[in-house]
Design a protein around this ligand. Structure first.
Ligand code: P6P
Length: 340
């Protein structure tokens, strides 16, 4: 019988390439996989377990929290806080660093995570996901401090996401390729289904919320127009695909080729998406898969964060189309400034 490559086996195999590894990173990934199973099982049953709807509070960004947001946030923290591997965590759902309870040991890693990205889609049964990044801490005290989290994405030890869709998948990279695992609910194991994912060369999908058009900068208008302009009366080379759930849009573009953009505009001058627990982890994966991510001016992985919850414009996907966006920003921003 062909031995199934489970996530645990794959991680241990990856770890065996690093004799110095103490297995701590592997243990963190295993715990994140446990969180993905628990969250995924509740997402799939949300309609019947009264976990749908609003939790009645707002998160630090003033966005209404869904019950599942709060649940996912707690699950992700609970599977990691007692492991002795983590010094602290930053979540979209909490303004401050989530420290480790005093009764537990503090470890060498810090985690950034968006417990349930796309949660506004939960009630419509649209795919949503959990995004995470793993850094080595910088500080040495008995608790994590801001500087542990305000690291450029290039310093990530690993990153990934779970996507709760027609199947529950875990996609991660520890810097040696991007690998996707599909949950077999019958045995409760993540099985390797997408080894060493490489983004296809052709940019087949354009993911942007065109309802923001009236607030776009000049470069964004031209960029979208020229991408769609690749199509002819007889052939469609690029299609518009926008789910409004970053993990789902990214996952599709990672597998099929495409570019996702949520640019800065007149209404959202810093962009909408968060640098630490949305853009950085996905940029890490994109680059490992042969793609790229930019804020229009520089690679997302080179940005030195200034705040735990800072937003960033995001263009992510096929390298050629991301670099095309950077050229358009350069070319049209100057012209726009002169017009203003
Ligand atoms: P808009 C979901 O709330 C989210 O953070 C991302 O998952 C998604 O890409 C984006 O916001 C959608 O924003 O303005 O298009 O609804």
């Amino acid at each position: 019988m062909q031995q199934e490559m489970t996530l645990i086996r794959h991680i241990m195999h990856g770890q065996s390439k690093h004799p110095e590894a103490k297995g701590n990173f592997s243990n963190i990934l295993n715990q994140i996989a446990l969180a993905a199973k628990i969250i995924g099982s509740r997402v799939n049953m949300a309609g019947i377990t009264h976990l749908l709807g609003l939790a009645g509070d707002k998160n630090i960004h003033g966005e209404s929290q869904q019950k599942l947001d709060v649940f996912a946030d707690a699950v992700f923290y609970d599977v990691l806080d007692h492991t002795g591997l983590i010094a602290g965590m930053v979540s979209e759902e909490d303004v401050d660093i989530k420290q480790i309870p005093e009764k537990y040991d503090v470890g060498d890693y810090v985690i950034t995570y968006d417990p349930l990205d796309g949660s506004s889609n939960i009630d419509a049964n649209v795919s949503i996901g959990t995004i995470f990044g793993i850094f080595k801490r910088i500080s040495t005290g008995d608790r994590a401090i801001e500087s542990d989290f305000l690291q450029a994405g290039r310093k990530l030890e690993g990153a990934g996401y779970a996507i709760y869709g027609s199947s529950t998948m875990l996609v991660y990279s520890a810097g040696h390729g991007v690998h996707g695992f599909t949950l077999d609910p019958a045995i409760g194991e993540f099985i390797l289904s997408h080894e060493n994912i490489q983004m296809p060369d052709k940019c087949k999908n354009l993911s942007v919320n065109e309802s923001n058009k009236m607030n776009w900068d000049k470069w964004t208008h031209k960029y979208v127009e020229d991408l769609i302009g690749r199509n002819t009366e007889t052939e469609r080379f690029i299609s518009s695909r926008y789910i409004g759930s970053l993990v789902a849009d990214f996952h599709r573009n990672l597998l099929k080729g495409g570019v996702f953009l949520y640019p800065a505009d007149k209404r959202q001058k810093e962009g909408r998406l968060r640098l630490l627990y949305e853009a950085q982890p996905l940029a890490f994966l994109a680059e490992e898969a042969g793609g790229k991510a930019s804020d229009g001016f520089k690679n997302i992985l080179d940005i030195e964060p200034k705040g735990l919850h800072q937003r960033t414009p995001l263009i992510i996907g096929n390298t050629a189309e991301v670099e095309m966006a950077e050229e358009y920003v350069k070319k049209y921003s100057q012209a726009q400034k002169e017009e203003e």
